[in-house]
Design a binder for this molecule. Structure first.
Ligand code: PA5
Length: 434
């Protein structure tokens, strides 16, 4: 089980206030699992975890095997919920530099269609020069502008390189089973397709082919991810304050009611950055509506202690932190002795980097708590495929419960649509003139 430590919030909150929330949290949890709340037609994610490979998971594994054997590079096209989950998992498990030294057998994975930068596009086309590649097009609606532009361009590149038929066997579409332009295109062109269930919203889709195909291509054991998610589904159904989901969801709401309107989600692992991005979308899009919501920020420690640290320590007292911890890896780095000791580091001789990291963590928590910043700690344990599945589900469940406590519909995103409509109008898309 993921352990949530709330002992560092008591300077700001009182235990009786938390315990007084018991009925409220229980009601939010039941509303979610009984499907009686707002947005209840988007609860398909609750039942995605499985212990046995489904027909679709077997197809994903087969496609991943083919891509790994015939491609130097796999380009994943998608944005928002159709992009952040797989990138988060791959970078957390394999590190931010995971592409270095990869090629056929274990392809590099690049992401496209998650912005409109020409520089990014030019860089991608340079990276693809002379390489065998395949693409996954991920879009639930099938009409989002950024991935649609990248799709058109990459598809043509494939067709020029391999011919129409050759390209066909290198294009995978992940989309709605019936609706949308991408579904229609995939059917007409004969691409292999995988389904995003209509009752699973983008930001809750990491355990569908959206996350599973890129993870499998990266060499992640997707059944282990699913097993971890199933572990979470079973373990976190507990209806009491012993449930870490309750602790996290209730404490962050209580902090919000006490003026803490900003949460910094952070870790001491550089590979966690994109996971923070996934969490940011999950909580930001789910809770930020009706004039309410905790602003979800992220930070990388210790790096950001040298930039944001000042703000956290002494800036406006409207924030709290959630620190995610993982067990130290088996392979250690031990600090050696230098006879001149000009850097004054000999006092650490024989100590491991983990030891220093642990002290940095403890020192940071103590300093921030002293500065009036409540700190929640999430101890995940070992960092492996299974735990990542557990963490995804744990946070999705926490988000659903938390948003119902907050009193908002966790499963819509009306604000995102406004920007899309404005952009269509400015671009002159037919039907969006007004
Ligand atoms: O969570 C969401 O709904 C959004 O972030 C979408 O995933 C994002 O806008 C991409 O949409 P689509 O998958 O339809 O291209």
């Amino acid at each position: 089980m993921i352990k949530v430590d709330i002992s560092n919030v008591w300077g700001q909150l009182a235990l009786p206030d938390l315990l007084a929330m018991e009925k409220e949290v229980a009601a939010a949890h039941t509303t979610l699992t009984d499907g009686t709340g707002a947005g209840n037609d988007f609860l398909g994610w609750l039942n995605l975890p499985v212990r046995e490979a489904t027909e679709e998971i077997t197809r994903i594994q087969k496609a991943a095997k083919k891509i790994r054997s015939d491609s130097d590079v796999f380009v994943v096209i998608g944005i928002g919920g159709s992009y952040l989950g797989p990138r988060a998992a791959i970078e957390l498990l394999q590190g931010p530099n995971h592409n270095i030294g990869k090629g056929k057998g274990n392809p590099q994975i690049f992401f496209a269609g998650n912005g409109l930068s020409t520089r990014h596009w030019n860089e991608l086309t340079r990276l693809l020069e002379g390489k065998d590649f395949s693409i996954a097009i991920i879009s639930k609606s099938g009409t989002t502008t950024e991935p649609a532009i990248a799709t058109r361009a990459l598809r043509w590149m494939l067709e020029r390189k391999y011919g129409t038929d050759g390209a066909k066997s290198r294009i995978y579409a992940i989309t709605d089973p019936c609706k949308g332009a991408l579904r229609q295109m995939a059917t007409e062109e004969g691409w292999e397709t995988f389904i995003i269930p209509p009752n699973v919203g983008g930001r809750f889709s990491v355990l569908t082919p959206v996350g599973l195909l890129p993870m499998a291509v990266a060499g992640i054991d997707i059944m282990e991810v699913m097993n971890g998610a199933m572990d979470a589904k079973e373990a976190y159904d507990l209806r009491s304050f012993e449930n870490p989901v309750w602790q996290y969801a209730a404490v962050r709401n209580l902090l919000y009611r006490n003026g803490k309107a900003l949460e910094i989600f952070e870790s001491f692992e550089p590979g966690f950055k994109m996971f923070g991005g996934w969490w940011q979308q999950l909580f930001g899009e789910s809770e930020g509506k009706d004039g309410k919501g905790i602003f979800p920020a992220t930070a990388e420690l210790t790096a950001d202690l040298h930039s944001l640290g000042q703000m956290i320590q002494q800036g406006e007292r409207n924030l709290f932190e959630t620190m995610v911890r993982f067990d130290a890896p088996q392979t250690k780095y031990t600090i050696g002795s230098d006879w001149k000791n000009l850097d004054g580091l000999n006092y650490l001789e024989g100590r491991t980097l983990d030891f220093v990291d642990e002290k940095a963590f403890l020192g940071t928590v103590a300093a921030h708590v002293d500065g009036g910043v409540p700190v929640i700690t999430m101890d995940v344990g070992e960092l492996n495929d299974r735990k990542v599945g557990e963490l995804f589900y744990f946070l999705e469940l926490s988000c659903g419960v938390s948003a119902y406590i907050l009193g908002v519909n966790p499963f819509n995103q009306p604000g995102v649509e406004l920007y899309k409509r404005n952009m269509f109008r400015l671009l002159g898309k037919p039907g969006y003139e007004k």
